[in-house]
Design a protein around this ligand. Structure first.
Ligand code: PGA
Length: 249
C-alpha cells in the first residue's frame, strides 16, 4: 500500500524568520497524524531552520532544486552533496517553473535524479502539460516523454524510492484545478508508463497531483485510486490551510 504524501512547495516565499514561525504553528497542528507523510520544499536559505524546527516531528524537508555536478564553477547553484551534508533528505526535480524560467530539460531532470540517488536523497519528479498542449490533446504524449526521459537508466530499487508529481501547468497558481476524473486519467496513464518501465515496482511509486489544490478540493482529488497525495503551492504557505489539506484525505 502507498502511504499518502502531502507536500508543500513554498517556491520563493518566506525567509528564515517566517519559516521558524510557520513550523512553530504547524508542527502541533499535525502532531497526531501518523498514517500520512508530510513534506515541505523550502528555499535553500530556510532548509536548516526548517530541519531544526521539524526535528522532533515526522515532517520531512526538501530543497526545490539542486545541481547534478558534485561541485564546480556553477555560480548560484547548490549540489546534492551539499544537501546531503546538512541532512536534507528530499529534492524537487523539474518543477514547471524551473523548466519554464530556468531552461530545465528532460535531460537535466535525468541527471539530477541520478545525482540525488547517488547521494541518498529522495527525488520527486514533476511533469505536466501547458495549456496549449492540453487544448491540442497532447497531454499524454508530453507526460509520458517527461517520465521516460527523466527516469531513463533507473534501477527498480531506485524507482521504488521515486515519487512523481503530475501538475498541469495551466492549473498552477491559477485557481483552475483539473477535475478529479481528468487528474485520475493522467495519473493512471503515468502509472501504466511506470509499469511498462519498472513492472510491479510501479505499484510502490507514489503519484501526486498538483495545481491549485486547496482545503475545498483536496478530499475529492485525493480519493482517486491513482492519486496518492498532493503537491501544494499557495495553500501550503498558511499553516492552517495546509493542515486542513493534510486532514482532508
Ligand atoms: P499551486 O502550486 O498549488 O499554487 O497551484 C502548485 C505547485 O506549483 O507545485
Amino acid at each position: 500500500m502507498r502511504t499518502p504524501l502531502l507536500a508543500g512547495n513554498w517556491k520563493m516565499y518566506k525567509g528564515p524568520e517566517e519559516t521558524k514561525a510557520f513550523f512553530k504553528e504547524f508542527v502541533p497542528l499535525v502532531a497526531d497524524i501518523k498514517e500520512k507523510d508530510i513534506l515541505f520544499f523550502v528555499p535553500f536559505i530556510d532548509l536548516q531552520d526548517a530541519l531544526l524546527e521539524t526535528a522532533s516531528s515526522k515532517i520531512g524537508i526538501g530543497a526545490q532544486n539542486a545541481h547534478w555536478e558534485k561541485e564546480g564553477a556553477y555560480t548560484g547553484e547548490i549540489s546534492m552533496g551539499m544537501l546531503r551534508e546538512i541532512q536534507c533528505p528530499w529534492v524537487l526535480i523539474g518543477h514547471s517553473e524551473r523548466r519554464q524560467y530556468f531552461a530545465e530539460t528532460n535531460e537535466s531532470t535525468r541527471l539530477k535524479i541520478q545525482s540525488a540517488f547517488a547521494h541518498e536523497i529522495y527525488p520527486i519528479l514533476c511533469v505536466g502539460e501547458s495549456l496549449e498542449e492540453h487544448e491540442a490533446g497532447k497531454t499524454e504524449e508530453k507526460v509520458i516523454t517527461q517520465i521516460k526521459e527523466g527516469l531513463a537508466g533507473l534501477s527498480s530499487e531506485e524507482a521504488k524510492k521515486m515519487t512523481i508529481a503530475y501538475e498541469p501547468i495551466w492549473a498552477i497558481g491559477t485557481g483552475k484545478t483539473a477535475t478529479s476524473e481528468d487528474a485520475q486519467t493522467v495519473c493512471q496513464i503515468l502509472r501504466n508508463t511506470l509499469r511498462e518501465l519498472f513492472g510491479d515496482t510501479a505499484e510502490c511509486i507514489r503519484i501526486l497531483y498538483g495545481g491549485s489544490v486547496k482545503p475545498e478540493n483536496s478530499a475529492e482529488l485525493l480519493s482517486q485510486p491513482d492519486i496518492d497525495g498532493a503537491l501544494v503551492g499557495g495553500a501550503s504557505l498558511k499553516a492552517e490551510d495546509f493542515a486542513k489539506i493534510v486532514k482532508s484525505c
